[in-house]
Design a protein around this ligand. Structure first.
Ligand SMILES: NC(=O)c1ccc[n+]([C@@H]2O[C@H](COP(=O)([O-])OP(=O)(O)OC[C@H]3O[C@@H](n4cnc5c(N)ncnc54)[C@H](OP(=O)(O)O)[C@@H]3O)[C@@H](O)[C@H]2O)c1
Length: 238
């Protein structure tokens, strides 16, 4: 599938993976609708891309927020805020856009979950829960809308070089505020965007976008869970 002339709505387009997808899609001739909260940052991305309105061919849910706190130190408001942004926000926007896709018998929903949607690691309990929830919801929806010509692609990135860590919630609702080496040494954003768009073009049901280490972890979680749990306890940096 070519993206030329496709109308694509990207949430979380003001920075990181969403901004990378916008740049890549603009270069491939897509018509873009970009959303996020930071208008000034969106305008910078928009200046490099093209914005048009109309029926949406592809909706890419990229908005999200992370967490850097032990479960025992995380207040309930933070648990709920993460679920609202990452899970319910995605579900509500899908509910709003799906009727027009159903009416046209075409469309593609792309959902950026995470390797954390398959594996739980320290300091990310609610983040990981929200990303697991996306996998569950959109696996169900994929089966429900298949006959209607709509496809669902779930994206599970590993470590990608963005600032998501510094903006992550701490347990008391503050922001973590530190750049993290593990992300900085992760996959560059534009490489990540290209891998995602290849999977979207092929209408893949799911893609893990990461270096080999995180892909191995996903494999271990599935086939050797006890080994993975031991590795997570002893080897994953917190
Ligand atoms: N980087 C990684 O290693 C990694 C790994 C796995 C999954 N992911 C996922 O990839 C997606 C993009 O993350 P990123 O790494 O590119 O981080 P990022 O640069 O922090 O991007 C997050 C985006 O989400 C938007 N956003 C945050 N809170 C929002 C809210 N309450 N309402 C609407 N928009 C909101 C932000 O825009 P505003 O602040 O302007 O609203 C920003 O555009 C997220 O879903 C994240 O969970 C990232």
């Amino acid at each position: 599938m070519s993206f030329l002339g496709k109308k694509v709505w990207i949430t979380g387009a003001s920075s990181g993976i969403g901004a990378g997808l916008a740049r890549e899609l603009a270069a491939q001739g897509a018509h873009l609708l970009l959303s996020a909260r930071r208008e000034d940052e969106l305008h910078k991305v928009q200046a490099e891309c093209l914005e048009r309105h109309g029926p949406i061919d592809i909706l890419i849910h990229c908005a999200g927020v992370s967490q850097r706190a032990l479960a025992r130190d995380t207040i309930s408001e933070v648990d709920r805020a993460i679920m609202e942004i990452n899970y319910f926000g995605t579900v509500e926007l899908t509910r709003a856009v799906l009727p027009s896709m159903l009416a046209r018998k075409q469309g593609q929903l792309v959902v950026v979950s995470s390797v954390a949607g398959k594996i739980g690691t320290p300091l990310r309990s609610s983040y990981s829960a929200s990303k697991h929830a996306l996998l569950g919801y959109f696996d169900c929806l994929r089966a429900e809308v298949y006959q209607d010509g709509i496809s669902v692609t779930i994206v599970c990135p590993g470590y990608i070089d963005t600032e998501i860590g510094s903006k992550a919630y701490t347990g008391d609702g503050g922001r973590y505020g530190k750049l993290e080496g593990v992300l900085h040494h992760g996959m560059p954003v534009q490489e990540c965007a290209r891998v995602i768009l290849r999977a979207v073009a092929r209408r893949e049901p799911e893609v893990v976008v990461s270096r080999a280490k995180e892909r191995t972890a996903v494999y271990l979680r599935r086939f050797f869970p006890k080994l993975l749990f031991r590795l997570v306890r002893t080897h994953i940096p917190s």
